[in-house]
Design a protein around this ligand. Structure first.
Ligand SMILES: Cc1cc2nc3c(=O)[nH]c(=O)nc-3n(C[C@H](O)[C@H](O)[C@H](O)COP(=O)(O)OP(=O)(O)OC[C@H]3O[C@@H](n4cnc5c(N)ncnc54)[C@H](O)[C@@H]3O)c2cc1C
Length: 312
């Protein structure tokens, strides 16, 4: 397939990009790594009249340590994050998540800004930004806005970005040294977008009871927004034991509420994999995703616990 005709503009600064986006209006789209946009254009699901190429904005490609954590420029490739010593030191969960994105060819080109803007259900960056309460910095004609991850994701493939805005940076808080963490997912095949993705962090008190625990899940909410599990708060003050995790698993299965409509449409999976109909809903039915959510969540917490105890 070939895309519909379009005009192409390459820009070299954020100001230039915003000006060009304003000039061409809603018919224009940013292109970064092109790993999601070009598929959509080739399949004619998207027909932008103007492509604004931001690959020339070299100062959007960076990873830096700050007093509070870590900042990553929007044009930073997944592969750079995967290999970064700074990410490993400050927020290793982000690195663990990125390793699950696609195949290395896609990670060589895809960017953090592109992934967050695209907001595919289950996407790894969405789940970790939501879990860690990251902030997304965007710039538009009215200047800069800082959007908490909680407000950034709006629904399947939709975010709070306005048509003339672009992401410039993502800010992650540092994970305290004593934090256990894990990222797990279920996919049809290695490198595919996840059917369910899970990120967890865990902190213990000196007596081994839970001080803080978080779990976020991708592709299990009824609105396409990465989901933060509420039931995990029941662990506070308790020790992590197989019985406690088994109870938590039941509560998570009851709590999550995957969108059954997405089964028939099978959002991303159906669009991009070429499989259709019944097979898709068998693979990613709401019931299946509910069950997988609880199993993955408890496994992730267990791994986080083992990490604290030096078992991993
Ligand atoms: C085979 C394959 C497998 C994949 N598997 C996974 C997977 O397992 N997990 C996963 O998360 N992703 C997966 N992806 C998608 C991949 O991660 C993409 O890199 C990512 O979704 C988009 O990043 P990009 O830089 O390529 O963006 P592009 O494709 O260039 O753009 C995507 C969208 O974001 C917009 N955009 C890009 N940059 C900005 C910006 N700075 N500000 C505002 N809007 C912007 C574009 O206008 C477009 O709407 C896969 C892709 C392929 C081809």
């Amino acid at each position: 397939m070939k895309p519909a005709p379009f005009e192409y503009v390459a820009v070299s600064s954020v100001n230039e990009a915003v000006t060009v986006l304003q000039r061409y209006g809603t018919n224009s789209r940013i292109i970064a790594g092109g790993q999601s946009l070009l598929q959509e254009m080739n399949l004619r699901q998207t027909r932008p009249s103007f492509l604004v190429d931001i690959n020339g904005i070299k100062d959007l490609d960076y990873i830096r340590e700050t007093t509070n954590g870590l900042v990553i420029g929007a044009l930073t490739r997944h592969r750079t994050v995967e290999r970064s010593e700074i990410v490993r030191k400050i927020c290793p969960l982000v690195q663990e998540a990125v390793k699950h994105i696609a195949h290395f060819q896609v990670r060589n080109r895809g960017t953090i800004g592109g992934s967050l803007s695209h907001n595919a259900p289950g996407a790894e960056y969405g789940v970790v930004t939501r879990l860690l309460d990251a902030e997304i910095v965007v710039v538009g004609p009215d200047g800069e806005r800082i959007i908490p991850a909680e407000e950034f994701f709006v629904s399947h493939f939709k975010t709070d970005l306005k048509p003339n805005e672009m992401i410039t940076e993502v800010r992650f808080p540092a994970l305290p040294k004593e934090t256990g963490y894990a990222f797990l997912e279920v996919t049809r095949r290695h490198g595919h977008i996840p059917i369910v993705s899970t990120a967890a962090t865990l902190m213990l008190n000196p007596d081994d009871t839970v001080k803080e625990a978080r779990i976020a899940l991708g592709n299990v909410s009824n609105n396409g927004v990465p989901y933060k599990v509420k039931a995990v708060s029941r662990l506070y003050g308790q020790k992590i034991t197989p019985d406690v995790l088994a109870d938590l698993a039941k509560e998570i299965e009851a709590e999550v509420n995957p969108d059954p409509h997405a089964d028939s449409e099978a959002a991303y999976i159906k669009q991009h994999s070429g499989i259709t109909g019944r097979r898709v809903s068998e693979i990613s039915s709401a019931t299946y995703r509910k069950q997988v959510s609880s199993v993955l969540s408890c496994r992730a917490l267990n791994i986080a616990y083992q990490r604290i105890k030096g078992g991993i």
